[in-house]
Ligand binder design. Structure first.
Ligand SMILES: CC(C)(COP(=O)(O)OP(=O)(O)OC[C@H]1O[C@@H](n2cnc3c(N)ncnc32)[C@H](O)[C@@H]1OP(=O)(O)O)[C@@H](O)C(=O)NCCC(=O)NCCS
Length: 154
């Protein structure tokens, strides 16, 4: 699967992708993560908590252009059986130029290098088509994602 993604990635490597840098560094500045997440409309999160989340993630991929973070994703997991991708974001002015594909390719390659067989994620409305390009299926064999958020104490 990853090989076919790689082929497609090579075929579609536009001019921007020759100028970007890819990093696996988990100690990136949380403010940069905050900034890219806010650029796509996600809510503000405490930078110190972002720092902890990055440190505790099993994979962190960031893509940089002219010193700015333009693409990001991270994954959590047990480092053996499975991992879940979170916070996949491309800065709006960089969308539609292959940066999202690059981030997905790099994070899947990272997890493949680590021998993780099962990768899951939660697709925001309107993004399933993007993830399907990397082999993700919704509800395989009828399996449904379920969610429980804790209710804060007042
Ligand atoms: C979804 C997102 C990550 C895509 O990143 P991107 O850099 O624009 O994507 P790319 O340019 O690399 O596109 C790769 C392929 O996916 C397709 N694609 C991109 N966004 C898509 C979408 N929302 N639905 C279906 N296909 C999509 C592209 O057409 C392209 O197809 P191709 O390979 O056939 O040419 C980006 O739009 C984004 O950050 N959105 C806001 C945040 C968000 O919703 N993140 C997902 C949270 S679950």
């Amino acid at each position: 699967m990853v090989l076919s993604i790689f082929k497609k990635f090579d075929d579609k490597n536009g001019p921007l992708l020759n100028e970007v840098q890819v990093s696996r560094d988990k100690s990136i500045n949380p403010e940069d993560v905050q900034d890219i997440c806010q650029s796509v409309g996600w809510s503000w999160r405490e930078p110190e908590l972002i720092r902890k989340a990055l440190k505790n993630s099993v994979a962190v991929i960031s893509v940089w252009h002219n010193g700015a973070m333009v693409g990001f994703a991270r994954a959590t997991g047990d480092q053996v059986f499975n991992a879940t991708i979170w916070d996949m974001a491309v800065r709006p002015s960089y969308q539609g130029q292959g940066v999202g594909r690059l981030v997905m390719f790099e994070i899947l390659r990272h997890l493949e290098d680590d021998g993780i067989p099962l990768v899951t994620l939660y697709a925001d409305p309107g993004t399933d088509g993007f993830y399907r390009k990397f082999g993700f299926l919704s509800d395989p064999s009828g399996v449904r994602g379920m969610f429980r958020e804790s209710i804060g104490k007042d």
